[in-house]
Write a protein of this length. Structure first.
Lengths: 319, 262
């Protein structure tokens, strides 16, 4: 399904550690290997604090990895800086969860969406009005919004502006960090329709962080499930409700409330809460909450292995 | 007789009419979900039931009956006896609703002693017992913690434990799971459903998560721009509705194995 030559961005053994005040180390991302394919969406799912945002931040140089390589078009870009980094940023852009706090409230919408273009000298100040109009119309907003301020718009409209800003430089990759979580379901649906339409037109690669498996399966080509800094399962985006094999992925699926579910059944809940990332249990990170934990789970950490093409899982018990 | 009845209720903030002609009845042991987009007035409705409208908000027309008594005619003393005793409320983040500079135990003891003549020590024990009943491990430590020291799911359990201390007949829940992870959300929803089974509590839950609303509610109320668009049982709203707004909203809910855009 995925062609190796279409790999555009690859994380190889990426580890990110943060030093706590008391000298302890917090491993936010532990030996992560992921491949982004051209024009495809990778959904990264997990609970809060599992390291999914930390990982995406490594890809946009907001943080630097402690170990490992990030390979973009065949070149390790994990530690570039200066003018090289400035140039590289054009290729990977980001959309944040809350567009209200990612905009300067004193800037007009046209200044917001054209700022990246001006930064890279792609347009001159005189062209701002025309460009802003074009970008806003691309995200299905009226061009007249160019003269508004962010607070004059609704959350859904602001998120469209954020997408317009991220697309202004025509990047190859866009990282979206819970880009629709703060929106109503009806708005969420229209944003996803927009994103997938733009993806088809421009062949953009998307990395999408989300905690709702029901939602991610509606548009992701590939889904990675993360738990306590580790990738526990990577699977194709179709039919994840049948394909998911790892006990944690199943627990996540069992927790999804769906309008088409069987309402007479009691909802399955996974016991407890994730342990502190400062204090990850030895062996399998999920073993404390796992139903099918065996002796080996406490001793040895399971490695990702392929169980069918494009479907990897790290678990001792599931085969 | 219905436990709670709202009759032609209008609610305004200042001169702005926010909720128009709201009619709602809730029987004992019934769970009602109110869904709608942000700004549709769903929170305003349940805040009005407990007399908790903020700022200029007030009920400008209609009546709210609880157990046959008109809540709008209540004085301070009556409200004080009713709130937290007969009717409780759980907020989106229970931790943020507590005093951040006081330990949970302190807040809890103060709350118990408002409703009951009891020593501090007994109140402490009572609080601990309730926390354990809500399956919070290590209740002594929780009582000695500050709200910010607990995780979101634990704080929400503390909120539920507090709300359930006097086994209220009616529990109002305002987006109780919106700030939580999916797995924690499932735990809290299950726990709230068990309250009804064990204590016969009636619940009104306000949520924008339509999946949760459908799972919990015997009855679902759909609101838009301050008006009730449609109300009915689960099957009516999910499958048989002919109202265009309701069907649009239900279609927008992502579903496992549902439509794919790619």
């Amino acid at each position: 399904m995925f062609d190796e030559k279409d790999v555009i961005l690859e994380a190889k053994h990426v580890t990110k550690r943060f030093l706590e005040e008391d000298g302890r180390e917090l491993t936010a991302c532990n030996d992560i290997n992921l491949k982004f394919y051209k024009g495809k969406t990778l959904g990264l799912v997990g609970e809060s604090g599992c390291g999914k945002s930390s990982f995406m931040k490594l890809l946009v140089w907001m943080e630097r990895p402690s170990e490992g390589e990030i390979i973009f078009n065949g070149k390790d870009v994990s530690h570039i800086k200066g003018s090289e980094l400035h140039k590289m940023r054009q290729h990977i852009q980001m959309v944040f969860q809350d567009p209200t706090t990612s905009f300067n409230p004193k800037m007009k919408i046209k200044e917001i969406v054209c700022e990246p273009l001006l930064n890279y000298g792609r347009i001159s100040g005189r062209e701002v009005d025309k460009e802003a109009r074009r970008l806003l119309e691309m995200v299905e907003l009226p061009g007249d919004f160019a003269d508004r301020y962010p607070h004059n718009m609704s959350g859904g409209q602001r998120q469209r502006v954020a997408i317009a800003r991220a697309l202004a430089l025509e990047p190859e990759i866009i990282i979206m960090d819970e880009a629709t979580s703060a929106l109503d379901v009806s708005v969420q649906k229209s944003i996803i329709e927009l994103i997938t339409k733009l993806q088809r037109e421009k062949d953009i690669t998307i990395g999408f962080i989300c905690h709702d498996l029901g939602f991610i399966q509606s548009f992701a080509h590939q889904v990675a499930v993360m738990y306590l800094g580790n990738i526990v399962e990577i699977m194709p985006g179709e039919d994840i409700s049948e394909k998911a094999t790892h006990p944690y992925s199943k627990a996540l699926l069992g927790s999804v409330f769906d309008t088409k579910m069987d309402f007479s059944k009691k909802i399955e809940v996974v016991k407890g809460e994730p342990p502190s990332p400062l204090d990850v249990p030895a062996g399998c990170p999920f073993r404390d909450r796992c139903e099918c934990c065996e002796g080996i789970c406490a001793e040895e950490k399971p490695q990702l292995r392929e169980i069918e093409p494009g479907h990897l899982i790290s678990c001792h018990c599931m085969h | 007789m219905a436990l709670l009845e709202l009759k032609h209720v209008d609610i305004s903030y200042g001169k702005m009419l926010i909720v128009k002609d709201c009619n709602l009845t809730l029987d004992e042991g019934e769970i009602c979900s109110i869904v709608g987009e942000s700004g549709s007035g769903k929170t305003t409705v349940i805040r009005a039931v407990l007399g908790l409208l903020s700022g200029q908000g007030q009920v400008t027309a209609g009546d709210i009956f609880y157990d046959g008594q008109n809540l709008l005619r209540f004085d301070r003393k009556h409200w004080r006896d009713l709130r937290g005793h007969d009717i409780s409320m759980i907020f989106q983040d229970s931790g943020a609703m507590m005093n951040q500079t006081r330990r949970i135990g302190h807040t809890y003891v103060e709350y118990i002693r408002t409703h009951e003549k009891i020593t501090k020590k007994d109140a402490w024990e009572k609080g601990k017992m309730m926390l354990e009943r809500m399956r919070l491990p290590d209740s002594e430590r929780v009582m000695r913690s500050y709200p910010f020291q607990l995780s979101g799911g634990m704080r929400q359990r503390v909120g539920i434990a507090m709300g359930m201390t006097y086994q209220p007949k009616l529990l109002l829940a305002d987006e109780p799971t919106s700030a939580l992870d999916v797995t924690t959300q499932a735990q809290i929803v299950r726990q709230m459903m068990e309250l009804r089974d064990e204590y016969g509590t009636s619940i009104i839950i306000v949520t924008h998560n339509i999946g949760v609303a459908a799972y919990m509610g015997d009855k679902i109320v759909v609101m838009k721009d301050g008006e009730i668009v449609e109300q009915g049982d689960r099957d009516q709203i999910l499958n048989k509705s002919t109202n265009p707004y309701t069907t649009m909203l239900m279609d927008a809910v992502p579903s496992l194995g549902g439509a794919r855009y790619v």
